[in-house]
Design a binder for this molecule. Structure first.
Ligand SMILES: [Cu+2]
Length: 728
């Protein structure tokens, strides 16, 4: 590792060379060898502490060695400096699962299926003779459905018909035929054929004017400009914005990862990512009853990140970040514009019209957005991390694309929506596992469950109005497998056990879940065993090296029990430890007619809101930009500037609040702000305020610095340093 290289810096091409070289030297590379999950082997939190104290850490690269000729896999860890394998684990495909589906498997599935005489005959019976019009959709096979499948590398293939180049094949499912293929034997091992069903004929070609109709011409352009540039700074993958500091990472499995997230210089999260997601389908018929996809572990969704485009995917003053991932030969592959970074207006931050003293103040919120979008077959998912001026962190997952379709049958009808004549869209869920390593103030952390509680009428509650909050500390992993409960406003409080705020309480963030169902499949179903993480909204585990995957390292065809249930089996203590908070959130999708032929974005997510982390509202210093830097527009009374700073609208523009505004300051404490009829008399402190739209950028995140940065001219606000107060 070069001295300047941060231990979480993205992998370089040279480091991938070292990884591949070590695998080759160990005789692990044959023609049929492929790699998956090749990524930086990140230091543990213990090691990271040592790094922060000045220690040098080795650069390690880990990856899964797969073969096109056998199902068994191995994980190796290579030390870049010595170019040697420093750890190796071999996996039994029957008990440990298989490597993910890789790009080549898609082409192989198409070839294998189309060469199969039985499959061809089945299609011919349905009137299809031109197999070039058929799209074969290779889907992960799951486990626990057929006795002869353990240890074989499989895909199940459903077919769709496109009527012309560019047609949407999803409109025409050839339902009633599934080819089960063995990717190693390269043959169809089972063709499941049900009754002959009509192929739905309504077009789903949303690009065709015949389907979409003429393009509307009524929308006027919206331009989002930041004439003075953006307020964030990105340098060496560290993003700094308004007191936030975030190190960005990316790998082919999880996509975007966030590291060392700090607010006002104080640690909030050590790491955050979407560890896994599962899409279980609810149609129990043999055609669809096995359909479940683990898009991170089975398809490596980070590798499938879109190259984002200005004006479409991201609007405004955008900064893009390329990501370097490894391809199936462990060679570097650059995903251009994979991550999008921008600021956006986020409505009102705070506001009050105070009748007692005539103060009328409104501040607008804005948020820093760090996002990426992936396409996995029919679906597209966006993952948007939002950082607010009020200290809130939010993750929003957006689902769009094309719903999975079926030929509608009578027995399948309760489990699907008829979204177009004869076309079914089976019910399903999209369940994400956010993996968060909270590290509030860099101290050991703990989690409490907070429920609102109603209290009966009693001597101390004579009018029966009392309600309070019940706090339950989650002390062991077995206790920390929880469901959300909106009836009691349940939140989970993540707190520092080593510091206190200015009223002597532990600084905390609340994890606020959304009220969406967890996994709806039966508890004793094969999918519930494999997606056990999705049976609970919350898991808390002790941080331990390698415990990164909610459904295990190898979810593809895994028999079940890996990931969170295995991690939590030791029932470790989690009170005042380095902990990991795993949050399941998701959409339960009963498709709508409006989701066809392409689905408008649906959103789901969660918030982490500071709760006693700051000693008060951390956004008091946000300026009123309507009065600053000429943002004020004409249109006030008598043609004056609308913000009422007493300026005339000259040449169709206002110059309120910029240099001109300073000249208004100090007019004997008398400031005209023109709130309609109101003529305010303000104290001197208010009237001498001078705003700038863009103050100096914080040089370094400093625990003593103000949240917003050193731009205020008056009444500096200091956040007291958290008092060290270890619990014993
Ligand atoms: Cu859906």
């Amino acid at each position: 590792m070069s001295p300047a290289q941060h231990p979480l810096a993205p992998l370089t091409a040279d480091e991938l060379d070292a990884f591949r070289g070590a695998a080759e030297a160990a005789g692990l590379i044959e023609d049929s060898t492929r790699f998956a999950y090749v990524m930086l082997e990140e230091p543990s939190r213990v090691d990271y502490r040592a790094y922060e104290a000045g220690a040098e850490l080795p650069r390690l690269v880990s990856g899964l060695v797969m073969s096109l000729e056998r199902a068994a896999t191995s994980r190796i860890v290579v030390d870049v400096a010595s170019r040697e394998i420093v750890a190796r684990e071999d996996y039994d495909p029957v008990t440990d699962g298989l490597g993910p589906i890789i790009e080549e498997d898609f082409a192989a599935a198409d070839e294998i299926v189309k060469a199969d005489p039985e499959w061809r005959a089945a299609l011919e019976r349905r009137g299809i003779t031109d197999f070039d019009t058929v799209f074969c959709c290779p889907l992960s096979a799951g486990a626990g459905y057929y006795d002869d499948e353990a240890g074989r590398r499989l895909l199940r293939v459903l077919s769709f018909r496109a009527d012309y180049p560019g047609d949407s094949p999803w409109a025409h499912p050839i339902d009633g035929i599934i080819a089960h293929i063995d990717l190693i034997e390269r043959r169809v091992i089972r063709l499941v054929e049900m009754d002959q069903r009509p192929i739905p004929e309504t077009s789903g070609d949303y690009n065709s004017p015949e389907v979409a109709g003429p393009t509307r011409e009524s929308l006027k352009p919206i331009s989002i400009t930041q004439p003075e540039g953006v307020s964030f700074r990105l340098e060496d993958h560290v993003l700094e914005w308004e007191g936030w500091s975030i190190r960005l990472g990316f790998n082919g499995r999880e996509g975007l990862t966030l590291h060392d997230v700090r607010a006002g210089g104080r640690k909030v999260l050590h790491r955050a990512s979407v560890s896994e997601m599962v899409v279980p389908y609810g149609d129990p018929t043999p055609m669809h009853g096995w359909q479940n996809y683990f898009d991170a572990g089975e398809y490596q969704f980070g590798n499938l990140a879109n190259a984002l485009e200005l004006g479409c995917d991201c609007l405004g003053d955008i900064t893009y970040l390329d990501a370097v991932v490894a391809d199936a030969h462990a060679r570097p592959q650059t995903l251009r514009n994979a991550v999008c970074i921008h600021e956006e207006d986020a409505g009102i931050l705070w506001k009050h019209n105070e009748s007692f003293n005539g103060s009328h103040e409104t501040r607008r919120n804005r948020r820093l957005v760090v996002s990426f979008f992936v396409t996995i077959g029919n679906y597209d998912y966006g993952f948007y991390w939002y950082f607010g001026l009020d200290g809130t962190v939010e993750l929003e997952a957006k689902a769009t694309g094309i719903v999975f379709t079926s030929g509608l049958t009578e027995e399948g009808r309760p489990y699907a929506t008829e979204i177009a004549p004869g076309l079914g869209a089976p019910v399903h869920q999209h369940l994400f596992s956010a993996r968060l390593e909270p590290w509030l103030d860099g101290e050991p952390n703990a989690v409490e469950e907070l429920d609102a509680v109603r209290l009966p009428i009693s001597d101390s509650n004579p009018w029966g109005n009392a309600f309070t909050r019940k706090t339950t500390r989650l002390t062991r992993e077995s206790e920390a497998q929880r469901l959300a409960d909106t009836s009691v406003g349940r939140v989970w409080r993540i707190l520092s056990t080593g510091t206190t705020n200015h009223i002597g309480e532990p600084p905390s963030f609340h994890l606020e879940p959304q009220p969406t169902p967890v996994l709806l499949a039966a508890d004793d179903s094969p999918i519930a065993a494999r997606a056990a993480f999705a049976r609970k909204h919350l898991w808390v585990t002790r941080d331990a090296p390698g415990e990164r995957w909610a459904a295990g390292y190898l979810p593809n065809q895994h028999p079940g029990g890996a990931g969170l249930p295995a991690y939590a089996a030791a029932d470790r203590g989690i009170d005042g430890e380095d902990i990991v908070v795993w949050h399941t959130f998701g959409l339960t999708h009963f498709p709508r007619l409006e989701d066809w032929p392409i689905m408008p974005v649906d959103k789901v997510g969660f918030k982490l809101r500071p709760h006693g982390f700051f000693d008060r509202n951390p956004s008091l210093d946000v300026p009123d930009l309507s009065r600053a830097g000429g943002h004020c527009a004409c249109g006030g009374e008598g043609g004056a500037c609308a913000c009422g700073d007493g300026q005339e609208c000259a040449d169709g523009a206002c110059d309120c609040g910029g240099h001109g505004h300073g000249e208004h300051a100090g007019h004997a404490g008398h400031e005209h702000r023109g709130h309609g009829h109101h003529d305010d008399h303000r104290d001197h402190a208010h009237s001498s305020r001078e705003y700038t739209t863009r103050g100096p950028q914080p040089e370094h995140a400093d625990p003593d610095a103000d949240w917003w940065g050193p731009r205020r001219q008056i009444r500096p606000l200091k956040y007291p340093k958290p008092k060290k107060q270890r619990r014993d």
